[in-house]
Design a protein around this ligand. Sequence first.
Ligand SMILES: C[S@@+](CC[C@H](N)C(=O)[O-])C[C@H]1O[C@@H](n2cnc3c(N)ncnc32)[C@H](O)[C@@H]1O
Length: 208
Amino acid sequence: VTGATEAAYDAAGSAYQHWRWSRLWDTLEVDVVLEELPTQGRALDAGCGYGRYAAPVRVRGLDYVGIDISDVQLGLARAAHPEIAGQLVRGDIVVMPFADASFDAVLCTRVLSHGASLDAASGEFARVLRPGGTLVVTDISDQHYYERATIPTESGEVRLPVKRYAQRDLAAALERTGLAIERCRRIAEQYATVPLLDVTVARKLAAR
Ligand SMILES: C[S@@+](CC[C@H](N)C(=O)[O-])C[C@H]1O[C@@H](n2cnc3c(N)ncnc32)[C@H](O)[C@@H]1O
C-alpha cells in the first residue's frame, strides 16, 4: 500500500498542490482543523505532504513537526519552509521515529484513506501524544467519488490509491488505543448530495 502511495505522490510532485481538489482543502478544511488544535506546544503533522499546514499551525502558536512517506512531497515542504527543514522527516505513520508522549497535538489530514492500517496508525497517534493531547483526523467521506479523480501532471494523469473506510471504523480503532472521541463532523460542498470530508477529533486519555 505504502509503495503505491509513495510512488503516486512522488509522481504528482507539485501538481498535487495546485490540483483543484487540493485547493478545495484550503478553503473547506484548514480552518476546521486549526480551531481544534491547542495554541501552544508541539504538533505532529502525520502525512504532511508539501506542508500545507506548516505555516498555519505555527501561526496558531505550535511548534511543527511533519512526517511523510513521499520524498518528493517532503522536498517541496522543505523548499517552502527551509527554516524548519530539519523538522520534516521521512517515514511511515504506522512506525514513527518519535518518542512516546512527545506531542501535544497530532493532525492527520486525508492520509489514512491511502490504506494505512487504522489500528496501527491509531496506536502510533496514541503513543506519541501526551495524556490530554489532541488528535484531529480528516478524510474523504466513504460516500464520496473522490477516488475517480486523477491529478493532471506534465507527464500524464496520476491516480492516487484510495481505500475507503467508514468514520465509525476509525473511531473504533482510536478508542481501542486509549483515545476518547470528542467529535465527529462531516463537511459537504455547497449543494452537494454526498458528504465530502469526515473530521474526527479525539483526546488521549490519562494513563490509568
Ligand atoms: C492527500 S495528501 C495530504 C497531505 C497533507 N496532509 C495535506 O493536507 O496537504 C496525503 C499524504 O500522505 C502521505 N502518506 C500516505 N500514506 C502515508 C503513510 N503510511 N505514512 C506517511 N505518509 C503517508 C502521502 O505521501 C501524501 O503526502
